[in-house]
Design a protein around this ligand. Structure first.
Ligand SMILES: Cc1cc2nc3c(=O)[nH]c(=O)nc-3n(C[C@H](O)[C@H](O)[C@H](O)COP(=O)(O)OP(=O)(O)OC[C@H]3O[C@@H](n4cnc5c(N)ncnc54)[C@H](O)[C@@H]3O)c2cc1C
Length: 412
């Protein structure tokens, strides 16, 4: 068994750490601040199993001028970042052509079909089975026409065996009496479940890892030193040099810089998201609700109601623009009469996004003791446990249960 060093202690890093530890490896996780509240803390907590369709898809092009010009749009590009992000944006748009989107959906489906089972097995092992809430998600719309307008997405999900059921006004009201305002209908997203609270889950997984002999190191990996086709050390900011045997890079949106040390140019972007988390919302939701017309999600969690979402293209470590969190909180007031948003805590964090929305799950091509696992976009929480199992296969040199060719690092 090897000594494995994992860079990044988000959901992908910690699930990988537990998988490797279970196979007898000695594992150390390096994270630059374990109380850093990254995407694995602040996400909307959906086990979004049917999310096979990328954000860039046919019909997106005409919407772009509005996104760029309107700071209130669900996907906004900060004007000063437009030029710098242009190469990534062009690749993102190019990935949205029909033929490629069909390939992406087929590429994502095998991962997403395994997500629930892999989490159930992991959560049973860690004794946190209750953290996966067995309630399906609802997507809400202002009108049936709004639902029908995305027929392409629904048919594509359906073709990959991710089903949904339309809910008319009455049925929606009986499931979610708290919803109101302009919402008139919805769909039940069958098989999509919910995490009780992502930050709590990550913490419980970390505690399990440490209790079973795993090592955690607070430090920021500055570069990977290589020699003769292998990674030999990780240099931390501050000067410390850690000799390594096997390395897993799962530093989320920050993985691009470390990949450069391995001779790889990886087109990964940080698509910033926001939340406004309310401790005492004063209204009850029975399901997580994705509000399609508003571009945000309402998720009832252990510590209150999370209003989360929006996408902002603003580079890797931008200063937060909490006007975007205010915006979704204000929109939520319109669809949840009686909602109290006072005392809410706001947060920003980056989705690690490849232009085609698919993750990188691969061995580094020229350094065979390095595994790459990052770029999970809007479904990184969903795919944590499945990725952890694949990482363990790659480290062991086993053939994983699914074909990994769609997720090759060299696909661009
Ligand atoms: C608003 C929002 C809502 C979302 N909702 C959902 C959802 O409902 N369902 C879903 O499946 N997904 C969702 N996502 C996406 C999901 O949160 C991410 O895909 C996932 O958390 C990525 O996990 P990760 O471990 O790859 O990265 P991260 O969580 O970003 O973790 C990376 C870790 O690496 C560390 N790190 C980075 N660089 C270094 C370095 N050089 N040295 C040491 N450590 C380093 C960081 O400190 C961080 O802890 C959402 C994202 C956002 C922003």
């Amino acid at each position: 068994m090897s000594e494995v060093t994992i860079v990044g202690g988000g959901i992908v890093g910690i699930c990988s750490a537990i998988s490797l530890q279970s196979e007898g490896h000695s594992v150390e996780v390096i994270d630059r601040g374990l109380d850093t509240e990254g995407a694995s803390y602040g996400n909307c907590g959906l086990l979004a199993v049917g999310e096979v369709v990328p954000i860039s898809k046919p019909g997106i092009l005409p919407k772009i001028p509005k996104w760029i010009l309107d700071p209130q749009s669900p996907l906004f590009v900060r004007p000063k970042d437009l030029v710098g992000q242009m190469p990534w944006l062009l690749r993102f748009l190019w990935s949205g052509r029909r033929k490629r989107v069909l390939e992406i959906a087929s590429g994502m489906a095998p991962l997403l079909h395994r997500a629930e089972d892999d989490y159930r097995a992991l959560f049973d092992k860690v004794d946190i089975a209750d953290k996966l809430v067995p309630t399906e998600n609802i997507m809400a719309f202002n009108s049936k026409a709004d639902y029908e307008a995305d027929r392409f997405t629904w048919d594509l999900r359906d073709s990959q065996d991710f089903k949904h059921r339309f809910l008319g006004t009455e049925e929606l009201r009986s499931l979610e009496p708290g919803l109101g305002g302009p919402i008139t209908c919805g769909v039940l997203l069958q098989g999509w479940l919910q995490f009780s609270e992502p930050g709590v889950i990550r913490q419980r997984l970390l505690e399990f890892f440490v209790a079973n002999g795993g090592k955690l190191r607070v430090g920021s990996a500055d570069r990977i030193e290589t020699q003769g086709g292998k990674a030999v050390a990780i240099h931390l900011i501050g000067g410390e040099r850690l000799a390594v045997n096997q390395v897993v890079v799962c530093a989320g949106a920050w993985s691009g810089k470390l990949s450069k040390d391995l001779g790889l140019k990886v087109p990964i972007a940080a698509l910033q998201g926001y939340h406004h988390h309310v401790p005492n919302p004063g209204v009850k939701l029975n399901h997580a609700v994705l509000y399609a017309n508003g571009g945000f999600v309402l998720t009832p969690m252990e510590s209150g109601l999370r209003i989360g979402g929006t996408i902002e293209v603003a580079g890797l470590d931008p200063r937060p623009n909490f006007a975007r969190a205010d915006l979704i909180a204000q929109k939520a007031l319109k669809v949840l009469p009686g909602l109290d948003i006072s005392g809410g805590k706001q947060w920003m964090g980056p989705r690690p996004f490849m232009p085609d929305t698919m993750p990188v799950l691969d061995r580094a091509p020229h350094h065979n003791n390095v595994v790459l696992a990052f770029g999970h976009g809007q479904v990184g929480m969903t795919l944590g446990a499945t990725t952890g199992k694949i990482v363990a296969d790659l480290v062991a040199g086993r053939r994983p249960a699914i074909d990994l060719s769609p997720y090759r690092v060299t696909r661009f």
